[in-house]
Design a binder for this molecule. Structure first.
Ligand code: GRF
Length: 188
């Protein structure tokens, strides 16, 4: 069974979807660890509720990115992690972390990359007036949402859709799509 660590900074609805799918037997993985860079994030509560150990830190407590990524890598190694799933981790991965785990880190982004990388991807797509947007799952490299694409799913934006409507559609798709893709990756 693959040993997975999930990284998140916010609400953690994708974290929850993955944990629920594991519990339901749809994803055959062991979710061993949550890593979170925001002590107040809701995802921290979700992990506690699910009985999943977490490492929660504040980057400002460290001298540098190298320093906190060194600790992250030590913790991942200590937990024998095989695969890292970023789920709303709002931080670029630095050389220290990438050097240790390149090719084993995946991310979900709420647009059809390479369109609308970076923050507020859903808002960017809505403001641009595109009629089709979507969700991308990709390997992580040093860039901002630039790594090799694993899978994508398209979502139509209707004329009458407000930003909140697009957000809801995207999140619904994300939860299903991330768990399905994760299970496929683990099987291969
Ligand atoms: C998702 O939209 C994901 O695509 C993006 O960050 C958001 C995280 O949401 N990378 P949540 O914390 O999983 O609810």
């Amino acid at each position: 069974m693959k040993r997975v660590a999930i990284f998140a900074s916010g609400s953690g609805s994708n974290f929850q979807a993955i944990v629920d799918s594991v519990q339901a037997g749809h994803v055959h993985a062991d979710i061993c660890l949550l890593i979170c860079d925001k002590p107040q994030a809701k995802v921290v509560e979700r992990a506690a509720q699910a009985g999943i150990p977490s490492f929660v830190f504040s980057p400002k407590d460290y001298e540098s990115k190298v320093a906190f990524e060194t600790e992250i890598v030590e913790r991942l190694q200590a937990a024998n992690i095989d695969l890292i799933v970023l789920a709303g981790y709002m931080r670029l991965i630095g050389e220290t972390f990438l050097g240790a785990y390149e090719g084993k880190i995946i991310n979900i982004h709420p647009s059809l990359l390479p369109s609308f990388p970076g923050v507020d991807a859903i808002g960017q797509a809505h403001r641009a007036g595109v009629k089709v947007t979507g969700v991308t799952i990709h390997y992580v490299d040093a860039g901002m949402d630039t790594g090799p694409i694993i899978a994508q799913r398209a979502i139509e934006i209707e004329e009458t859709d407000q930003l909140e409507d697009v957000e809801r559609k995207i999140h619904e798709v994300e939860h299903q799509f991330y768990t399905e893709t994760l299970q496929k990756l683990i099987q291969d």
